[in-house]
Design a protein. Structure first.
Length: 268
């Protein structure tokens, strides 16, 4: 249960620090002010010897984080009611935060329960541990607004099996928890109704300096479940055939040929 009106809620239970994005009506989309609240919190926790692990969550029952506040960036680009420098500042500070998350020395555990897209992927997949649930809906939908998958996606999309990362990035395909695990976007699957117990358990152990990651993996492993089969593994042969080209035109031609042969079902 989340209480408080601040958009970024910070707490600590034992050696576990918690950060909750508290913008449920906006699907926990992140603003520049939010980034400026998260970054110093992470810096303080990394320097604090009493903090041994971090859990990052989204408030409400729909989303972990649906992305960055693209409306403000768009309006600033058009000179509507915002600092005209907002776009450059927003992306610079977003990437600086993502770099901090990627280099964070203590266990950084993102609970990607619900919608996780764009900037939400940036602040989760670039961290050490990503906990999916049966409610996870993961996507990199930037091409739908004429952008490219950013937030460090060139790193994590290229780590997907075969050409699946290129498929996810170009199509904005929406992935289940099973497919997020298959791609490596999630590291563990936990039942939604066990998330609270997991967070409570992470707050209990006597964390040992120098062994934080080992302990985190032990506790996460106790709650992890084996996911069922997703859809991407079965589609990967067709994805690899169609998305191997070095241009969008080549890929579109391959998709057309695949469809003509009756093999591209499910890739649209």
């Amino acid at each position: 249960m989340v209480s408080g009106t601040d958009e970024i809620l910070l707490g600590q239970e034992g050696g576990l620090a918690t950060l909750t994005i508290n913008r449920p009506k906006a699907l926990n989309a992140l603003t520049l002010d939010n980034y400026r609240r998260i970054d110093p919190a992470l810096r303080a926790w990394e320097a604090d010897p009493s903090v041994h692990a971090i859990v990052v969550r989204g408030a409400g029952d729909r989303a972990f984080c649906a992305g960055g506040d693209v409306r403000a960036v768009y309006e600033a680009g058009r000179g509507i009611g915002h600092d005209p420098d907002l776009t450059a500042v927003f992306f610079r500070e977003e990437y600086e935060l993502i770099r901090r998350i990627h280099r964070f020395t203590k266990p950084y555990i993102a609970i990607i329960d619900g919608i996780t897209m764009g900037g939400g992927a940036g602040i989760s997949v670039n961290g050490a541990y990503r906990i999916a649930t049966e409610r996870t809906l993961f996507a990199m939908p930037e091409t739908g607004i004429g952008l490219f998958p950013d937030v460090g996606a060139t790193r994590f999309l290229n780590r997907c099996p075969g050409h699946v990362g290129r498929y996810v990035g170009l199509t904005g395909a929406r992935l289940s928890a099973e497919d997020a695990l298959y791609c490596g976007f999630a590291t563990h699957a936990v039942k939604h109704d066990r998330v609270e117990a997991l967070v409570e358990e992470l707050g209990r152990p006597a964390w040992h300096t120098g062994y934080q990651h080992g302990l985190a993996e032990v506790y996460l492993g106790r709650f992890a479940v084996k996911p069922g089969a997703g859809t991407l593994a079965a589609l990967q042969p067709a994805i690899d055939r169609c998305f191997a080209g070095d241009s969008v035109e080549t890929i579109l031609d391959a998709l057309a040929a695949e469809a003509a042969g009756g093999y591209a079902g499910g890739l649209g």
